[in-house]
Design a protein around this ligand. Sequence first.
Ligand SMILES: CC(C)(COP(=O)(O)OP(=O)(O)OC[C@H]1O[C@@H](n2cnc3c(N)ncnc32)[C@H](O)[C@@H]1OP(=O)(O)O)[C@@H](O)C(=O)NCCC(=O)NCCS
Length: 150
Amino acid sequence: MTRFSVRPATPDDAAQIIEVERSCFHDAWSAAGIHKILGDEKSLVYVAEEGKQIVGYAAAWTISDEGEITRVAVLEAQRGRGLGRALLQHTQNECVRRGATLIFLEVRESNVAARTLYARCGWIEVGRRKRYYQDGEDALVLRLASHPER
Ligand SMILES: CC(C)(COP(=O)(O)OP(=O)(O)OC[C@H]1O[C@@H](n2cnc3c(N)ncnc32)[C@H](O)[C@@H]1OP(=O)(O)O)[C@@H](O)C(=O)NCCC(=O)NCCS
């Protein structure tokens, strides 16, 4: 099995990131939204690639000492191989490196895969946003509790 690598995204990755986004989310971000984060200095985007194929990506932003992880997505056929964990760890490490000490994310209550991933990477539940999603599901608010570089 080929080994994947994780690296910062470039604007040239947009088309493949859009494909991953559309295959992973019913409420996928628009192509314009993806182009925007790839050109925004407050945003950070990492991709996991295998050969020349992008098989997952993660996105976040930081402003001053705050950060938010906004996406972690892996193509369905590639899940369960550690890509989500690698993407999340690169992204959260970079948030910390940029000076964020308070890093949050939101996750659907029913998203067991993502909640397990976040728990394994040091995230704890700190709140709940009632009926946050369009279909009425609650969002759980998680915060990165501890980080080796802190
Ligand atoms: C969430 C997601 C990114 C996980 O990606 P992945 O590459 O399969 O995750 P990994 O293989 O790195 O697994 C990370 C941890 O989560 C656990 N996990 C992954 N999928 C799981 C599942 N379906 N059920 C329970 N635990 C799961 C793994 O066991 C692993 O923990 P471990 O290393 O202690 O065993 C992937 O399922 C996905 O893209 N989902 C759709 C998009 C999404 O919902 N993103 C999150 C919200 S933005």
